[in-house]
Design a protein around this ligand. Structure first.
Ligand code: ADP
Ligand code: MG
Length: 256
């Protein structure tokens, strides 16, 4: 479903991704973990081409995103409309929920359905309501974001992404901005998505969740994936000093 190979990316002289290889199969859940500044967000943003990568390939279902190979062998930026079409297949959820403050929960979910998918107001409202119900927020459909908790806002953001019927979902630290008691409700929604077979790439510091839901953990350090494997392997049997050190620090802080 996602095939990342040899992806590199620099900001000025700073090489943030240094030849990343990572593949994710359909219905697979991969959790990406690693220290702050290691390139997690940048990698995620390269997958939907919010961030152009400098070298390598990111393929979604076999199709290169962001570039087209020209007959002369060079690579050109992809036509904007084709890029938009590809992006529609990819849902993204951020740490900060980015809801429209002047719209209700249902408005936030329905609006892109009208604007992007061309549904009528009624169709969009019906679909939005069905999806809010799925994330447990039917009762809050008419509430504005400022009247919702962080956990509820994030569930609306997930609903908004799901409404577009994406084929895969990217999550960038979806619970990091939440008070601890609100983390669980968001993770529950993500678990249910996983069990329904959604393909997901998740940046998270919730190791318990990652151990439970991920088929695979990828550990990134200084722009390289230095270890990849089943949670048991990475969390309990890693021989990579940097992985062990990261987990130890995490352990000490969170006593999980
Ligand atoms: P992570 O998500 O793992 O914390 P990021 O991918 O956000 O790491 O960032 C990796 C590195 O790239 C950091 O050193 C960060 O400062 C740098 N970086 C990220 N985005 C930009 C940008 N737009 N311009 C310049 N440097 C950036
Ligand atoms: Mg980040």
């Amino acid at each position: 479903m996602i095939e990342i190979s040899g992806v590199s990316k620099s900001f000025g002289a700073h090489e943030v991704l240094r030849g990343v290889d990572l593949s994710i199969a359909k219905s697979e859940v991969v959790c990406l973990i690693g220290p702050s500044g290691s390139g997690k967000s940048t990698l995620l943003r390269c997958v939907n081409f919010l961030e152009p990568y400098d070298a390598g390939d990111v393929r979604i279902e076999g199709r290169l995103i962001g570039y087209e190979d020209a007959p002369d062998g060079a690579r050109r930026p992809m036509n904007a409309r084709k890029l938009r079409d590809m992006r529609r297949e990819i849902g993204m959820v951020f740490q900060h929920f980015n809801l429209w403050p002047h719209m209700t929960a249902i408005g936030n979910v329905a609006e892109p359905l009208r604007r992007v998918r061309g549904l009528t107001a009624n169709e969009a409202a019906d679909r939005a309501m069905a999806i809010l119900t799925r994330v447990g927020l039917a009762a809050k459909a008419d509430a504005y974001p400022s009247h919702l908790s962080g956990g509820q806002q994030q569930r609306v953001a997930i609903a908004r992404a799901l409404a577009m019927q994406p084929r895969l979902m990217l999550f960038d630290e979806p619970t990091s901005a939440l008070d601890p008691e609100l983390v669980g409700e968001v993770l529950e929604v993500m678990k249910s998505l996983a069990s329904e077979g959604m393909t997901m790439l998740i940046v998270t510091h919730e190791m318990g969740f990652a151990a439970h839901v991920a088929g695979r953990i990828a550990f990134i350090d200084e722009g390289r994936i230095i270890e990849e494997g089943p949670p048991r392997q990475v969390f309990h049997h890693s021989e990579e000093p940097r992985v062990r050190q990261f987990l130890q620090t995490y352990h000490d802080r969170n006593s999980f």
